[in-house]
Design a protein around this ligand. Sequence first.
Ligand code: AMP
Ligand code: ZN
Ligand code: FE
Ligand code: FE
Length: 290
Amino acid sequence: MRIDLHTHSSVSDGTASPSDLVRAASGAGLEVVAITDHDTTAGWDEAASAAEEAGIALVRGIEISTRYRGAGVHLLGYLPDADDPALQAELGRIVTGREDRVPTMLARLRDLGIPATQEALAEVSPDNRVTGRPHVADLLVRLGVVTDRDEAFARYLADGGPAYVDRYASDLIAMIGLVTAARGVPVLAHPWGRGSASVLDEAALAELAAAGLAGVEVDHLDHDRPARARLRAIAERLDLVVTGSSDHHGTGKTGHDLGCETTAPAELERILERAAALGSPTGLAGKALR
Ligand code: AMP
Ligand code: ZN
Ligand code: FE
Ligand code: FE
C-alpha cells in the first residue's frame, strides 16, 4: 500500500485544484493521500468528494505555520475537527498575518523597480485561499524577472532577502495542544529541513513529545540519508510515529512528485488509531482501507 501524507493544492501554494490533486494521486498509484494545505482546511470538502469518486483514501490535514525558539517550524495536523472554533480562530490569525504582509512585500519589489502589483498577483493565483511567498515567486516568473520559484527565493524571497517580510506564526507547543484539543494528530513536518534544523535537536523533540507531539516526518527530500537514520532513531527512542511524504506542490516545486516518498502502513495505522482514540469526527474520506 502506497501512502503519501503531505501534499499541497492550489488552495495554498500547490498548483492543482484539490480534486485534480486527488485524481493525480490516484493516477500515480497511491492508495492513500493526505491533503495538507498551509494553514487552511478550505480544500477538504472538494478533495473528499474527489476521493470518493477516484476510489482513493483521503487523510484530511493541515500544515500549520508555527514558531519554536525563534525558528519557523511546520506542524502537520491530521484529521482534526474542522469545526473546532479555537483551532479555526488560530488558523485565521495565521492567514490574516499572511495576507497583511503581502502589500509590504510587493512594495519592496516595486522599490527595486519590479512592477509587482496586487492585481498582477491575483492573476497568477486566482484560486488560492492563503497567500504565500511561492505566489509572489510565481508573479516574478510571470513578470520575467526570474525563471522559476527557486530563483525567486534565492534572489528576493528567502528569509532575510530583499523582499522578505516576517509574519505571525503560532507558538509550536500551544499549537500541538490546539490540534490535539481539536482531536487531531500533530506530526512535525520536515523537522530538519530549511530553518528548523538548528532548534529541533533530540532534547527539543523530547520536550515536544511530552507536550503531545505524535510523530515526525522522516522520509522527506529535505533530509539526506544520515539525517533520516538519526531522526528515525530519535523517533524510536521517543515512541513517535514516523512518516514520509512527497510534500508535492504540483508544478511549483520540482522533484517532489506524488509518492516519491511514502509512509509505512503501520505508521498510518498509528495515526488513525490515535485520532480514533481522541474521538476525531473526521476520519478517512473516500475509500476505506482494507
Ligand atoms: P510562506 O508560506 O509564505 O512562508 O512560504 C514558505 C513556502 O515557500 C514553503 O512552504 C516552501 O514551499 C517554499 N519555500 C520556502 N523557502 C524556500 C526556498 N528557499 N526556496 C524555494 N522554496 C521555498
Ligand atoms: Zn508550501
Ligand atoms: Fe513545509
Ligand atoms: Fe509542505
